[in-house]
Design a protein around this ligand. Structure first.
Ligand code: OSB
Ligand code: MG
Length: 372
């Protein structure tokens, strides 16, 4: 495939409600939307780097730089057979998985569209709907949290994930259990604790959580393994798994029993699929995480989550949980059985509403073959 041009757009989307985690509170979600054109057909991707280096070191500006100066020139200069070549081709660029994933995902959509197959089919998906969970941020107080949980359960979400941080942990899990009984419940700490906090995890261990996500440092595998030896609740890694190699090391060390796969965090759909394949072979359950994506990134994640190893509910909620008006049509809606449909049209299978995209665009640049 010969890519003729690539376009980057920085957008800013207003969240329907602020989202607070142990690393901060966000009211707006910036993103870079990537489009790549070949034979007059466009493929679309989304780069999930943040406004600041909080979840990972990548930001909108670092991703823009790496895309503009290294990744885009490489796909404009050299034709490509399949996007699966890209992790190897880009291995000279150390790190920057979110920048890589933004462009690689646009190329997956482009190839699927050119071949007139759905992205789910191209990736090897086997499901026509995926289980939807909800990630609930830190709230003002416990009564406010219980109200949010109740509303989300009424809407049909199949699993509730509560963000925790020191001072907002055992008490809220206890309150949720007392109020809602044996609902599928889990906690996500976004690296807010260390092994010194073992007693907190021993208390949490009494509440039958499906898993505890990323309790310790974003760089750690060893202390997580120690924690997993000390508690029954499965540890799930998010931030600590940035590549297929990290996933292999984490499983070898026993650092977790479940992996949250986010294509942005692991360098793109090819690496995400590799981690899935290895986990499936080793019978390690996986699920697809989210980064408050617009419908473009969400459509990519839904296609990925249609692979057979995604056996746990995903952080893929309906469009209206994030944004008043999504950038795509049709929007993702939660069905009464708590699932999202996997689009069947070519590529990501949703239409980009360019007029809405234009309204949220704050910066834009086109890169053309031979022009740099
Ligand atoms: O840790 O999973 C996380 C959102 C932004 C950054 C990190 C995380 C999250 C979420 C939201 O939990 C998941 C979603 O997109 O629904
Ligand atoms: Mg997480």
């Amino acid at each position: 495939m010969r890519v003729e041009h690539v376009e980057l757009r920085v957008i800013e989307m207003e969240l329907v409600e602020p989202f607070e985690t142990s690393f901060g509170r966000e009211e707006k979600r910036p993103a870079i939307i990537v489009s790549a054109v070949s034979d007059g057909v466009a493929g679309w991707g989304e780069c999930v780097a943040g406004s600041g280096p909080w979840y990972s070191y990548e930001t909108i500006q670092t991703a823009w730089h790496v895309l503009s100066d290294y990744l885009i020139p490489s796909v404009l200069e050299e034709d490509l057979q399949t996007p699966e070549e890209l992790p190897q081709r880009w291995s000279r660029v150390r790190g920057h998985p979110m920048a890589k994933a933004g462009l690689e995902s646009a190329l997956w959509d482009l190839i699927a569209t050119l071949r007139r197959v759905s992205l789910s089919q191209l990736l090897g998906g086997t499901k026509d709907h995926i289980e939807s969970g909800i990630s609930i941020g830190i709230q003002r107080d416990v009564p406010a949290l219980l109200k949010v949980i109740e509303r989300r359960l009424d809407q049909g979400y199949r699993r509730v994930k509560l963000k925790i941080k020191p001072g907002w942990d055992v008490e809220i899990i206890k309150a949720a259990r007392e109020r809602f009984g044996e609902i599928p419940l889990m906690a996500d700490a976004n690296s807010a604790y260390s092994l010194k906090d073992l007693p907190i995890f021993q208390q949490l261990d009494e509440y039958g959580l499906m898993m505890i996500e990323q309790p310790f440092s974003y760089e750690d595998l060893v202390d997580h393994a120690e924690l997993q030896r000390q508690i029954r609740t499965p540890v799930c890694l998010d931030e600590s798994v940035k590549s297929p190699e990290d996933a292999r090391r984490a499983l070898q060390l026993g650092s977790c029993r479940i992996i949250n796969i986010k294509p942005g965090r692991v360098g793109g759909p090819s690496n995400a699929k590799r981690i899935h394949d290895e986990c499936l072979a080793k019978r390690v359950p996986v699920w697809c995480g989210g980064m408050l994506e617009t419908g473009i990134g969400r459509a990519h994640n839904v296609a990925l989550a249609s692979l057979p190893g995604f056996t746990l509910p995903n952080d893929l909620s309906a469009s209206d949980r994030y944004y008043q008006q999504d950038l795509i049509e049709p929007a993702f809606v939660l069905h009464r059985d708590g699932t999202l449909r996997v689009p069947t049209g070519a590529g990501i299978g949703v239409e980009i509403v360019e007029e809405r995209l234009a309204r949220v665009t704050v910066d834009q640049k086109v890169y053309t073959r031979g022009a740099h």
